[in-house]
Design a protein around this ligand. Structure first.
Ligand SMILES: [Zn+2]
Length: 268
């Protein structure tokens, strides 16, 4: 599933393509036909990302909410939209650009109170200027749930997925199974600041890189990582491989049905 940086990049991209323009909307697949009919011919005023949720704000208080889930994908381009191929839930087009959405978990219109309710059930998003990390810590410090599970819970922190969570915990030297209530205030402040830094970097580059300069391939004389997600990481999907910090094989376990990765030596 895409992590928050991808949704923030999409929000910026969609604003660049359409903000200020009247758009034609359609649902070639038919599953969003009613919503598309309401949107069609209105002006996209702004876009917003909140965690893994994308919002388009249209004139007349129309709000489009998209959650990509595991399979959702956007495509876009210049000029005329191509002939519809496959299951296109939503297609937008202006005089200059087009955009297609396939396979989302959510594609719906929200009223302003419904959008406010969505924001209210999400924890702070490290990529948003209005994020209040105290809200997340208030949940974490009272909880016996493992840190990794808390940080993956979108009602505690929004936008963080398995890569950011496992990597930030490695960088903090914290075991993913440590109960939330054992995290000190100072520990939380450092962890939050690191999430802000890592996620902001990823918005800029479009990939997740978490490795410090001393552990980069060229610094260590090791081959670069080859992985579908691209970036240089410490523990994510590296089970059995040597830790870049101490050479201990990276461990793998599961938590709330998700894979977890950590270094048994660096994270104690
Ligand atoms: Zn290590």
């Amino acid at each position: 599933m895409p992590e928050g940086h991808t949704i923030h990049r999409l929000a910026a991209r969609h604003a660049e393509l359409f903000a200020g323009d009247k758009v034609l909307a359609a649902s070639p697949q038919g599953r969003f036909a009613e919503g598309a009919a309401l949107l069609s011919g209105t002006v996209l005023e702004s876009t917003e990302a909140y965690g893994k949720h994308l919002l388009h704000h249209y004139a007349g208080e129309l709000i489009l909410h998209v959650h990509l889930g595991l399979y959702g994908k956007f495509a876009d381009g210049d000029g005329e939209p191509p002939e519809p191929v496959g299951q296109i839930r939503l297609r937008l087009a202006s005089d200059r650009h087009w955009l297609e959405l396939r396979g989302p978990t959510a594609c719906e219109l929200l009223t302003p109170p419904e959008a406010a309710a969505l924001r209210a059930r999400l924890g702070p998003d490290p990529l948003r200027a209005d994020a209040d990390p105290d809200r997340a810590y208030a949940r974490i410090r009272r909880s016996s749930t493992p840190l990794a599970a808390l940080l993956l819970d979108q009602s505690v922190v929004a936008g963080t997925g398995l890569i950011f969570v496992t990597e930030a915990l490695f960088r903090a030297g914290l075991p993913p199974t440590r109960p939330g209530r054992e995290l000190t205030r100072t520990g939380w402040d450092a962890l939050w600041a690191d999430l802000v830094e890592l996620m902001t970097l990823a918005v800029g580059t479009g990939r997740i890189d978490t490795v410090r300069p001393a552990h980069l391939p060229e610094a260590m004389g090791r081959p670069a990582r080859v992985d579908r997600h691209g970036g240089e990481v410490y523990v994510y999907r590296r089970p059995g491989q040597p830790c870049h910090g101490c050479a201990t094989p990276i461990a793998r376990g599961t938590i709330t049905a998700r894979n977890l990765y950590w270094c048994p030596t660096c994270q104690t």
